[in-house]
Design a protein around this ligand. Structure first.
Ligand SMILES: Cc1cc2nc3c(=O)[nH]c(=O)nc-3n(C[C@H](O)[C@H](O)[C@H](O)COP(=O)(O)O)c2cc1C
Length: 457
């Protein structure tokens, strides 16, 4: 059989993920795993229609498709995302329909689930028969167990192509409401004196809802709001994954991106991202912006600030994207003040939602209001902390310096207070009488400290 492998690594074949594919190829020599470098060649694929058609022809003649990609910032790399957009823009979806498909990623398991949710939904939208994913840690191939699991998974996919089991859809088709927004007059502006607000928008069409939402948001304030259309920033391409930035945060690209971020994004009190839904995410252009921020490593660009999103499109039907927004805020140590979409399909209501968001952002910013992180931020921090401490210590030297100087290596193993408490309590319950007594006191003793706070503060 011929399996088309759509390679999502911007590094082309000099890629960790591709080694996993090569290993599968070696162990299943009777089948051909045809590697197509999508992310690496995206500029050529987009510019050259016949090259794009060659890729589509490979899909058409394949028995199955593997979406093989590295995790990039909660998702796939922007270059891969762009290819998915081109499939729709160029009406090439039929080539994918009814093909058996699966997804293989390599990563450090930081939001690998959101990337796989995305790819699964894309496969459903293309009418593919998606059989499942394997999310390998990038080091799994070094262990017997990791290799065995990989081969079992790949073998099962080949069997599925041959046996053609039924496959159900996990994600319902998106419904776009087609609403055209007409902003009304603003009564009573929000006072943003002294606050720096920047709106990063992805606007392709000035008549689009998102352009009008941005306009309404800006006019909700009595002072200045800086708006940047990210299409106007000179960004030459997506992150190459070369990691040459890791030592000192110096990016290999010679475009305006790093300078733009360093000179405009670091000192904002409020940052708002605005853009339309493209397939199951925001646009590849927006994703390119986020991926390129990787020049700053695993360090937040600014902390303790407010962020919000303005979105045009069916966000309420894409829980995965909503989760990514929340995670972006928490991992970046921001407060997500709100998300406004045009799904209400009512201009007056949308005006009110945008005005309310404007007021809330200023209120939260002035009050330095930061909600505690959920599992997304807490768990995300621990994954990065552990990675920068040990296995990614090299090459991410700049991250290490920042983490060390900012107290990010907050391993609970170093918590002297709890360690001492545990030692005493464990010793105490060696005595069966004490053990019984402590057991009975568990609930009341546990809240004593809390009660004291409630009484005294
Ligand atoms: C720009 C960039 C963003 C990344 N984002 C993530 C991420 O969000 N989650 C994660 O677990 N790993 C992330 N990684 C790590 C890669 O997914 C991992 O190293 C992968 O194995 C690289 O595969 P490749 O060599 O095939 O490109 C990122 C790496 C880069 C360069």
């Amino acid at each position: 059989m011929k399996i088309a492998v759509l390679n999502g690594s911007p590094k082309g074949e000099i890629s960790v993920t591709v080694q996993y594919i090569k290993f599968i190829q070696k162990k299943f020599p009777l089948h051909q795993f045809k590697l197509i470098n999508i992310a690496h060649d995206i500029i050529k694929i987009e510019k050259n229609q016949s090259l794009f058609q060659d890729v589509i022809n490979e899909i058409k003649t394949a028995d199955g498709v593997i979406w093989a990609f590295p995790l990039y910032v909660f998702l796939v790399a922007s270059q891969y995302k762009r290819f998915i957009e081109l499939i729709w823009d160029r009406g090439a979806g039929d080539a994918f329909k009814d093909k058996y498909a699966c997804a293989l990623s390599t990563s450090i398991h930081f939001f690998d689930h959101t990337a796989h949710n995305y790819m699964h939904a894309v496969c459903d939208d293309l009418g593919m028969r998606y059989t499942g994913f394997l999310s390998a840690d990038m080091d799994d191939i070094f262990t017997d167990e990791g290799r065995a699991t990989l081969l079992k998974w790949a073998g099962d996919f080949l069997v599925a192509i041959e046996k053609k089991p039924p496959v159900g859809r996990a994600y319902a088709p998106l419904i776009h409401n087609g609403f055209a927004y007409t902003p009304g007059q603003v009564d009573g502006k929000v006072d943003n004196t002294g606050l720096k607000i920047r709106l990063l928008a992805d606007i392709e069409d000035e008549k689009s809802n998102i352009a009008k939402m941005v306009g309404r948001f800006v006019s909700a304030f009595n002072g200045n709001v800086e708006v940047t259309n990210i299409r106007d920033v000179n960004i030459k391409g997506g992150c190459l994954g070369c990691m040459q930035c890791a030592f000192d945060n110096i990016c290999v690209y010679k475009d305006d991106f790093v300078n733009f971020v360093n000179s405009t994004m670091r000192d904002q009190d409020i940052t708002v991202y605005a853009g339309p839904i493209r397939d199951r995410f925001l646009s590849a252009r927006t994703k390119m912006y986020w991926d390129r921020c990787f020049f700053n490593g695993h360090v937040p660009l600014q902390v303790d600030k407010q962020i919000a999103f303005l979105v045009s499109g069916p966000l309420s039907q894409i829980a995965n994207l909503r989760e990514i927004m929340q995670a972006m805020a928490e991992v970046g140590q921001h407060n997500l003040a709100g998300v406004v979409t045009d799904e209400c399909a009512d201009s007056q209501q949308l005006d009110a939602l945008i005005d309310d968001l404007a007021g809330r952002l200023v209120d939260y910013s002035r009050n330095k209001y930061l909600k505690p992180a959920t599992f997304l931020g807490v768990g995300g921090h621990k994954i990065f902390r552990d990675a920068i401490w040990a296995r990614m210590r090299f090459p991410f030297d700049a991250d290490y310096r920042y983490y060390e100087s900012h107290g990010y290596f907050d391993f609970p193993q170093q918590d002297e207070r709890y360690l001492e408490f545990n030692k005493q309590m464990i010793k105490m319950i060696q005595d069966p009488r004490m053990k019984e007594m402590v057991r009975k006191m568990m609930k009341t003793e546990m809240i004593k400290g809390y009660q004291k706070i409630v009484e005294t503060k």
